[in-house]
Structure formats: C-alpha cells, structure tokens
Design a protein around this ligand. Structure first.
Ligand code: BGP
Length: 477
C-alpha cells in the first residue's frame, strides 16, 4: 500500500450557490427558500418570512456577489492549486418556480460559463443538485417535499442539468446533508431541502420522515437517470457526519450512542443499499407512523443506489442515557453531553480531528464505497490587521490536524477517498445563522453582518498554507 495520497486526489474547496452567488433576481432567477430567510439575530434561529418583506435584511440576496465576480475568484482558487471546486446549481435559476415546462436559458448559460471557466483552469466542478435552495413557490403551493409532486419536479430539474452539463461535470451529489432534518422542533426545517412548514397539531416527526422518504425516492430516480444519460457519471449522496460517542463505558451509554448513529445515518443505508433498515420500520410501527411508501418507490430505491458517499464533517457528539429518554430517542439533539476531552469553536462545535478518521473508517466498514470529504472546516471570527493581513493560525491548526487524520485513514487504514474540499474556501454567508462574520475561507471577503463592506477579496495566511499542502499532495502540513 502506498504511503501517500494518489496523484489524482481531488484537493479543492466547497461552497453552495445561495451562500455566495447573490444576484438573487438576475438572469430570470426565481425566489428560493434561502431568499426569504433573514439574518440570525443574537440568541434566535434564522427566521423564515412569508415571502420577501420590505424591511428585513436577507443576506443571501447579495451574498458575496460571486455571480458577477466568479472569474476573479476562480483565478484565486487556481492560484491555490485547486483540482476541484464544489458548488451547487440553484434550482431557481433553472426553473424559477420549479414548475415551468421549459428551463430558463439565462440560468443554464450562467452555469455553462461558470463550468467553462473552471475547466479552462483545470478545476473539476463537483456539483450538488439541492443545497437548501428549494423554490419558495414549492413551499407555499405544495408544502415542500412532503408532497409527492416534488419528486417529479426534482427529477425534471436534475434531467435538465445532467443533459446540459453531461460533458462538463462528472461528480454529482443529490441532496446536501439529507440527514440534517432531525430538528423537526423548529417551525421551518431550515437545514434541509424539504421546505416543510408545520401546521398546528401536525406530527412533525412523521412529516419529516415522509418528506425524507420522498427525497430518497427522488434521489434514487435521479441516480438511475444520470447513469442512463452518461454512464461515466459518478453520483453520490451527501451525509452530515458527526460520529456519536458514548459518554461513558456504561453499556446504556454505549447502546444509546449506537442507536443515535442508526437514527442519524439510516439515510445512508437507503442511499447505498436501496431499502430501509429493519429498526426504522419497527420504530415507525411503534410510533404509529403511516409513511406512504409504494411498491414503485421500493423498486426505485433499489434501482438507484449511489456510486460514492460524500459527507461533511465538522465535529463529533457524545450522548448519555438518562432514565427518561428511551433508546428510540437517543439522538444528539435529545441527549447530547459535552465531551470534556475536546475544545470547541466560538459556536460550540467540538473540535475532533480523530473523529474524522473514525468517520472514514465507519463509513468504509459499513458501506464499502468510495468516500469524498466534501465539507470540513473551522468557522471563526477573523481580524484584519493594520497592514491588511489576516493571521488565521487557528484555522490552519484545525485543518492540519484533520488532514493528518484523513491521510492516516487512507494510508494506514486503506480507506478509498476521492478528495477533500474544505467548506467555505472563500468567505460566504453562514447557512445556520446567516452571518458573514462566521468565516471559513482561505480568502477573506470584506463584508460584515450588517451588509457593510467593499467585497474586496484578500488572501489569509491559510491561503498560502493550503497552497503548499496541495502542491506537496499533503506532505507539507
Ligand atoms: C453545512 C452546510 C453548509 C455550511 C456548513 C457550515 O451544514 O452544508 O451549507 O453552511 O454546514 O455551517 P454554518 O454555515 O452554519 O456555519
């Protein structure tokens, strides 16, 4: 076995259309869920407004204006030596309401130009089809993905993208962080592609499972279709991975951690195996949930299993069993405790590089598929010095230790890893909070939480560091 990463290893960075493009009404674009979300207020979740309200501030509307500045930004990525760049196609640029019978040519052309620019710079586009960007019309008209109608609409959107970009894009992902819907206590599932708004008295958990099922079917149909359009396509799922550890060696805690993992990652089981695990069907029966799964759905899930697993990794979790919470409800949301062995970011995300090696091995043991780390990174406040420099040693430390563990997983454990694309390689709008000042980038963007700034780009210390990491294929850390 080789002692280093292969020459083909895809080093790069990741973003999502709604978090950096701006141009929210240009080129015929329609309104997406992200366009009606306000910035987070201290101590509050991001609020979803009823359409665009005149006196609110919506950070995704302008974002960092990548829509107009992508050529300059790609030149910087090229300078860092990027081999690939992960972004998403905003559904509402292609189908502004999600329902048009013909796609919007201006939107298609934008991504043609973007992909051409990347390819001209030898940067391979890695494309997510749905990254929290559902057309808002599909929320108000159909109630989001709980409605089966959205399956066909998503397949139509994907078919248009696959056909148009079949010679420009090889690596695709269907739904970003499809498993990030466990927080069904919130009135609107912000961190999902579902677009669910709950009604008073509705069983939210059941609604979440129905919506997730419809997304899984949509994903499977898209995988099958993509392979028909171009057999060389590599189409993956995208899972939010945060391993769940037992808080102690008490067998109750150990079983609790295992149950939490099952609950968080059954989405990957369905994507990879093409059917639901037994424990979940039993759980639904116990809860009296009636999830509408047709025989055709079951056939579709089987026929559209994924080629690889893309995943995000930021942190790990730890859970403790308490007497009131049944094993069924052992999710980090319900039973998380602080891991006293780990430090945390300013947002409380616990920093755990070894957890990445654990995650890579866990996925490999369970699914035996190639993996792709499509998000990893450190959200932090950056300070611009008087001379304009940004000394982000904390970000370099975070990434260095995670890359070290990633390389150990490949060279010592034999994990099959396609690439590594750190999140928010250029500063962008936070999905969770709507802030600009929660920064992940190697490239600083002059814009703050109040929407002030020149949008000027500057290179942080981490820019030069990551450039050397890529040039040495991970040798110089
Ligand atoms: C993931 C999302 C990204 C990104 C990242 C960081 O969940 O896929 O869109 O935003 O998390 O989260 P945040 O922006 O909340 O810091």
């Amino acid at each position: 076995m080789s002692n280093s990463l292969s020459k083909e290893f895809l080093w790069g960075g990741a973003v999502a259309a709604h978090q950096l493009e701006g141009g929210w009404q240009e080129g015929g674009k329609g309104i997406s869920v992200a366009d009606v979300m306000t910035v987070g207020k201290p101590g509050q979740e991001r609020a979803i407004t009823n359409g665009v309200m005149p006196d609110e501030y919506y950070p995704n509307h302008d974002a960092i204006d990548f829509y107009h500045r992508y050529k300059g930004d790609i030149a910087l990525l090229k300078e860092m030596g990027f081999k690939c760049f992960r972004t998403s196609i905003a559904w509402t640029r292609i189908y502004p309401t999600g329902e048009e019978s013909e796609p919007n040519e201006a939107g298609l052309k934008f991504y043609d130009d973007l992909f051409d620019e990347l390819l001209k710079n030898d940067i391979e586009p890695i494309i997510t089809l749905s990254h929290f960007e559902l057309p808002y019309n599909l929320v108000t008209k159909y109630g989001g993905f709980r409605n089966r109608k959205l399956i066909d609409l998503f397949v139509k959107f994907a078919a248009t993208c696959f056909t148009r970009y079949q010679n420009k894009v090889k690596y695709w992902m269907t739904f970003n962080e499809i498993n990030n819907q466990a927080n069904y206590d919130s009135d609107f599932l912000v961190f999902t592609n579902s677009g669910l708004r709950f009604k008073p008295g509705e069983n939210r958990e059941e609604g979440m499972y129905q919506s997730a099922h419809n997304e899984l079917v949509a994903s499977a149909r898209v995988v099958k279709l993509g392979h028909e359009i171009n057999p060389d396509f590599q189409i993956g799922c995208m899972i939010a991975m945060g391993p769940v550890y037992p808080a102690t060696m008490n067998p109750d805690d150990v079983l609790a951690a295992q149950k939490a993992m099952e609950k968080n990652y059954f989405f990957a089981d369905v994507h990879v195996n093409g059917f639901y695990p037994e424990f979940l069907k039993k759980y639904w029966a116990r809860k009296g949930f009636d999830i509408n799964i047709t025989p055709q759905d079951e056939a579709d899930l089987k026929a559209g299993t994924v080629d690889y697993i893309g995943f995000s990794y930021y942190m790990s979790h730890a859970v403790k069993k308490n007497s009131e919470t049944p094993f069924d409800d052992m999710t980090p949301q319900n039973s998380q405790v602080k891991n006293t062995y780990l430090e945390a970011s300013d947002w409380g995300w616990q920093i755990d590089p070894k957890g990445l090696r654990y995650a890579l091995n866990w996925f490999t043991d369970k699914y035996h598929l190639p993996l792709f780390i499509v998000e990893n990174g450190f959200g932090a406040y950056d300070k611009v010095e008087a001379d304009g420099k940004i000394h982000d040693s904390y970000r370099i430390d975070y990434l260095r230790e995670h890359i070290r563990q990633m390389i150990l997983a490949v060279v010592e454990d034999g994990v099959d890893l396609i690439g590594y694309t750190p999140w928010g390689c250029i500063d962008l709008v936070s999905a969770g909070t709507g802030e600009m000042d929660k920064r992940y980038g190697f490239i600083y963007v002059d814009k703050n939480n109040k929407n002030e700034g020149t949008l000027k780009r500057s290179k942080k210390d981490s820019f030069y560091w990551f450039k050397d990491v890529i040039a040495s294929n991970g040798e110089n850390l």
